[in-house]
Write a protein that binds this ligand. Structure first.
Ligand code: NAP
Length: 553
């Protein structure tokens, strides 16, 4: 299909059926699907290559926390049969290599413009099209715009006194230098103890002459048990991919194939329960939380799992005071993204690693050669900020997105993100978000959720084209009901009890709303499929001619 006539005839600027923002895993697959359907597409990517989060997050120890045989595209059986993952949890460099391979294999690069940020996107109501402005001042038009900008892409710099005056190098884990960093012989400070820190601390500890870890909130972490994948293990996955992928899409809550729990934690006696936790701990990884089916619903059940991990920390960490400080005590286990590590707690047994508790005092100031806490200077040569992201909404908020009547998305979302199904927002016609707030996104294996959204959007655009519809928009009522439903489901769980980035709690001033949809990827997919089967129930579709009639009547 060529661009819609009103766009193609508009000789002033380039015109496409669809502009996609971002060339991570979501943007790449969106491009592939839309091209297959014959749409004209242009993708804009601010990085110099594909890969999204795996392009930016190059910190030491960066790995996926979902097994690579599952954290991979399923849309091409040839691809999943031929790609050789080397380890259970591939390192960042290998995931990036995979993204590059996909770009080459499916010839995606020809339609991706690299090193180009989208600064502004404005809906032209007269033309039912988006005008998109790039960082180099060019504008392009597209009937549809798809934001594939990622949920954890907007690195957050902490507001700490004196940071700008630090004399050594400052690195953010989410924006790591491509050439890598050698910390050999250096005194290093790491601020933050989330997943990025927990992965990087053991690796930096091996290089640094001394490592200070500044911890505000301890997190629960489960050993990854990473290891090289054997040919037999790879083959078992490949043979069983049809069932593994089906289960991940349709049955698993989190998009991961794993043995589901059949009972609650309090249904077992203490010894049996401990054995089950021990088995999960030995197996390693995120599926620890699948030991029982009520760990995120019942605080007493959750306490049993949290106590088990706290006991493990006390067993591993030799100094009792350090162990006590590393034991999380202010949120139920799993209500903040659980971390997956390789020797994180053991790193604190090294003589060159010091945990600095900043929970009660905070960091007083960063001085040119030190981090000052409670009137004491911890002297360092380099500083690593593992301080996270403005999650889920941050990368959209940085773009000046204007919908009907010139209203910006930021204005609409002042009290928190509002979407219908996490896919569209009322007042912003023809704008789709991949894994947006209000969808399972970060609570799931991201690739499963990405593929589901891309397929839904691609089918939807083909539907619109077939019926010569030019505009699609979420209805306010459907959106309000969905937002209420997302909140209701969240509040039936323990999740809102934690001050997590799921709630926007890590960003001062950000509204406290539980952003991802907890209902599970299988249930969510069914809802989206039902909406489509009912002719996109809850959305309004219009044809251009009909709009003109409406406008003049
Ligand atoms: P994060 O979980 O948001 O952790 C940020 C850390 O920085 C927290 O410990 C936070 O403390 C601390 N912090 C922030 N501002 C601070 C300040 N001003 N002073 C002191 N401490 C401060 O960020 P992340 O570790 O980058 O992880 C974010 C998410 O990315 C993860 O939850 C996960 O979903 C994803 N991720 C995945 C992987 C993987 O696949 N393996 C790896 C890395 C990240 P508080 O908790 O007290 O706010």
């Amino acid at each position: 299909m060529s661009a819609a006539p009103s766009l193609a005839e508009n000789g002033r600027e380039q015109a496409f059926d669809v502009v996609v923002v971002g060339a991570g895993f979501a943007g790449m697959y969106m491009l592939h699907r839309l091209r297959e359907l014959g749409f004209s597409v242009r993708v804009f990517e601010q990085g110099s290559d594909v890969g999204g989060t795996w392009y930016w997050n190059r910190y030491p120890g960066a790995r996926c926390d979902v097994e690579s045989m599952q954290y991979s595209y399923s849309f091409s059986d040839e691809l999943q049969q031929e790609w050789e993952w080397s380890e259970r949890y591939a390192p960042q460099s290998e995931i990036l290599k995979y993204a590059r391979h996909v770009a080459e294999r499916f010839g995606l690069r020809t339609d991706i413009v690299f090193n180009t940020r989208i600064e502004r996107a404005e809906f032209d109501e007269g033309d039912s099209a988006w005008e998109v402005t790039t960082s180099d001042g060019r504008t392009v038009r597209a009937r549809f715009v798809v934001f594939a900008t990622g949920c954890l892409s907007n690195a957050r710099m902490p507001d700490i006194k004196g940071l700008a005056g630090f004399a050594g190098q400052v690195y953010h884990t989410g924006h790591w230098p491509h050439e890598g960093v050698d910390f050999s012989g250096k005194r290093v400070g790491v601020i933050g103890t989330g997943s990025s820190s927990i992965q990087s601390v053991p690796v930096i500890a091996e290089q640094a002459s001394h490592l200070f870890v500044f911890q505000r909130t301890p997190n629960f972490s489960i050993p990854a048990r990473n290891a090289a994948l054997t040919a037999d293990e790879r083959d078992a996955f490949r043979r069983n991919y049809p069932e593994i992928r089906r289960f991940a899409r349709e049955e698993a809550r989190n998009g991961i194939y794993a043995e589901p729990p059949d009972r609650g934690a309090l249904d077992d006696g203490e010894n049996t329960r401990r054995d089950k936790y021990e088995q999960r701990w030995t197996k390693g990884g995120l599926t620890f939380m699948l030991a029982y089916n009520n760990l995120l619903l019942d605080k007493a059940a959750n306490d049993t799992a949290a106590d088990f991990v706290r006991d493990k920390i006390a067993e591993i960490v030799k100094d009792p005071e350090t162990a006590r400080r590393l034991q999380p005590d202010n949120h139920p286990i799993g209500t903040k993204r659980i971390c997956v590590d390789t020797d994180y707690y053991a790193a604190f047994n090294r003589p060159n690693v010091t945990l600095v508790d900043i929970r009660s005092t905070g960091i007083e100031e960063i001085r040119p050669h030190a981090v000052r806490v409670a009137a004491r200077d911890y002297e360092i040569d380099a500083l690593v900020l593992a301080t996270g992201f403005d999650a889920m909404t941050g990368s959209l908020a940085k773009i000046d997105i204007r919908g009907r009547g010139g209203r910006t998305l930021n204005q609409k979302w002042t009290e928190g993100p509002k979407t219908y199904l996490g896919l569209m927002s009322e007042g912003f016609p023809n704008l789709f978000i991949i894994t947006g707030p209000g969808s399972p996104s970060v609570l799931s294996n991201m690739i499963v959720s990405i593929e589901q959204h891309v397929d839904w959007i691609a089918d939807c655009l083909a539907f619109l084209r077939k019926r010569t519809m030019t505009t699609m928009e979420a209805n306010r009522e459907a959106e309000e009901q969905w937002v209420a439903h997302v909140n209701d489901v969240a509040h039936q769980t323990l999740y809102p009890q934690a001050n997590s980035w799921y709630m926007g709690a890590n960003i001062p001033g950000k509204p406290r709303i539980f952003m991802p949809y907890i209902g599970g990827v299988g249930a969510y997919r069914k809802i989206c499929d039902d909406v489509a089967a009912k002719g996109y129930d809850g959305f309004t579709m219009t044809a251009k001619a009909a709009e003109r009639v409406a406008a003049t009547s």
